[in-house]
Design a protein around this ligand. Structure first.
Ligand SMILES: C[S@@+](CC[C@H](N)C(=O)[O-])C[C@H]1O[C@@H](n2cnc3c(N)ncnc32)[C@H](O)[C@@H]1O
Length: 243
């Protein structure tokens, strides 16, 4: 079950307005071209912004997410009718082979346990063509991004079509080892409704990620910078180990 922020229809409908700058996706779109990928599986596709962007360009895309409310938002977007949407997680994938698997917007951090992460990587490995690649980003633990997850730094008050004015902000609720928990609070001014959503993300080190990829039969081809988040995140490019 995904977090309330992705599962609750009212929150899923405001995800895009509250995260309107999607220049973070440019690096992934450029890699689709760089690697000449014709088929892409976007794991944790959420409201489908990336999947639809690719679909309108003629790329064959599969968008997978366990949050049905987010998928319902995705299905309203231009290009959505050309995307194959799958409701579930990577373990629910049917047999398919793709050129590229993506996990944008730090989806890799939602896998909290070693088991969940390794099972997901194994499922990804099984969907890749021999020459295929997995690309994903994850925040560097040493940058301690969560220090900025407070009301002062995250507060937004937006006019959202069909919703009216919505206030939203984040607060960290716990930092325990590599797990950071935080709460989003949204206030819908039109009817005074307050909805909160609790999330936890895991911050894995560079070495930990390389090891877990290797254990899943994937090797790191490159670790790049996210151009819009220099020094704060890693962008991993992994391939199947040579047979
Ligand atoms: C921060 S959002 C990113 C959404 C999208 N990739 C984007 O760029 O906007 C994280 C997404 O991961 C999804 N998610 C949560 N648990 C998951 C799992 N076990 N497998 C795949 N996706 C998952 C959530 O439902 C949510 O849509």
């Amino acid at each position: 079950m995904a977090d309330e922020i992705f599962e609750n229809p009212r929150l899923a409908s405001i995800y895009d307005p509250f995260d309107s700058d999607r220049s973070d996706l440019d690096v992934y779109e450029s890699m689709v071209n760089e690697f000449d990928a014709h088929t892409v599986l976007d794991i944790g596709c959420g409201t489908g912004t990336f999947a639809c962007r690719l679909a309108v360009k003629g790329i064959k895309v599969i968008g997978l997410d366990p949050a049905e409310a987010s998928l319902n938002v995705a299905k309203t977007k231009q290009g959505a009718d050309r995307v194959r949407w799958i409701h579930g997680n990577a373990l629910d994938l049917p047999h398919l082979k793709v050129d590229l698997v993506t996990m944008t917007a730090n989806v890799a951090q939602v896998f909290l346990t070693d088991k969940e992460w390794s099972e997901t990587l194994l499922a990804i490995r099984d969907t890749l063509h021999q020459s295929g690649r997995l690309v994903f980003e994850t925040r560097r633990p040493e940058s301690q991004a969560w220090l900025e997850w407070n009301k002062e730094k995250t507060y937004q008050r937006l006019i959202v079509p069909h919703c009216g004015i919505v206030n939203g902000w984040a607060d960290v609720t716990e930092v325990r080892d590599s797990l950071v928990s935080f709460r989003w609070t949204y206030v819908f001014e039109r009817d005074g409704t307050v909805i909160t959503s609790d999330s936890t993300l895991r911050f894995r080190s560079l070495q930990e990620i390389i090891k877990t990829l290797n254990d899943a039969g994937l090797s790191v081809e490159d670790v790049r910078e996210a151009p819009d988040r220099q020094g704060r995140e890693y962008v991993f490019i992994a391939r199947l180990n040579e047979k």
